[in-house]
Structures are given as C-alpha cells and as structure tokens.
Design a protein around this ligand. Structure first.
Ligand SMILES: *[C@@H]1O[C@H](CO)[C@@H](O)[C@H](O)[C@H]1NC(C)=O
Length: 155
C-alpha cells in the first residue's frame, strides 16, 4: 500500500517534468530545432551542410523560437530578447541637419525630415554637435560618448 503511494507520487512528478516544455531557447546558440536565433526575428542554420552565414527572416509578425516550427506568431516565447530601439534625433525645427545613422545625415525642413541621405566621408561619423556635421572617431569617442544615431543605416 505504502509503496504504491510512493510510486504514484513519483509518477506524478515525472509526468510533470515531461509535460513542461523546454521553452527557454538561447539567443545566438544552436537549438534542438536546428537553428540559431540571431535576434527576435532572424535565424541562421546549424547544419554543417548549410552555409552558416545565411540569415533567414521569420514571416511578418512572427518571432524566432526554440520550437520545432522555428517561427511562431508574436507573443510566443522568442529565444532572443527584443533589440532595444535605437533613439535617433528627430527634426524639431531647431537644427538644419540630423544624423540618421552612424555615418549618414539628412536635412530637416522645419520638423520634417527630407528624404535625401548624405554620407560622411570615409572614417568619419555623423555628429551635428561637432559643428562640422561629420567628425572623426576620436572626436566621437572623446566628446560625446558615442554616436548621435547609433545604427548601421537610415531607418
Ligand atoms: C535581425 O538581424 C537581421 C540580420 O542581421 C537584421 O536584418 C534585422 O534587422 C534584425 N532585426 C532586429 C529587430 O534587430
């Protein structure tokens, strides 16, 4: 009698453990579903037969997970935390130009951004505060701890 109760309890716990799905994927690590989520929406393959530099995006509105289906609708447990939104200055009527990426800037028309993208010269970075629109890395690092618009290319 006693033994069967213990057995019953044991069965109960084992069942619970099996039922709790392993939802915790790890960002940037190969998962059991054969892919590595590189951010919330993109993944690369872990197979030795597929070029690992290939990046695939989940369909619109889906996130990369550790589940067999890989991409699941937003709200599912994504393997990677969301990438924080990069804040870039907006045209507020007070400046003629704003930085729209680390190396580009655009003109403002009052408080609207015009569409033409201008580029800083090679090895220079956008900094309106520099007074020269673009400045060298040294200036960026020493004077303003970082970039005014820290992203690769204009949004
Ligand atoms: C995820 O990474 C891909 C490939 O590097 C990139 O194109 C995409 O913009 C990134 N998405 C986010 C939300 O950071």
């Amino acid at each position: 009698m006693q033994q069967s109760r213990i057995l019953q309890k044991l069965c109960f716990f084992v069942t619970i453990c099996i039922l709790v799905p392993n939802v915790l994927g790890d960002c940037n690590e190969c998962q059991t579903n054969g892919v590595k989520c590189i951010n919330q929406t993109h993944f690369s393959f872990c197979s030795d037969y597929i070029d690992k530099s290939q990046v695939v995006g989940c369909p619109e509105g889906q996130v990369c997970t550790s589940m067999k289906a890989i991409c699941l609708p937003e709200g599912a447990e994504a393997s990677c935390a969301p990438t924080p939104a990069v804040e870039c200055p907006a045209c507020d009527g007070s400046s003629i130009f704003v930085c729209t990426s680390r190396t580009t800037f655009q003109m403002c028309n009052g408080d609207t951004l015009t569409s033409q993208v201008s580029k800083c010269k090679e090895n220079t970075f956008c900094s309106i505060k520099s007074g020269t629109i673009c400045a060298d890395r040294c200036w960026i690092e020493n004077n303003h701890n970082g970039f005014e618009c820290d992203r690769e290319s204009p949004a």
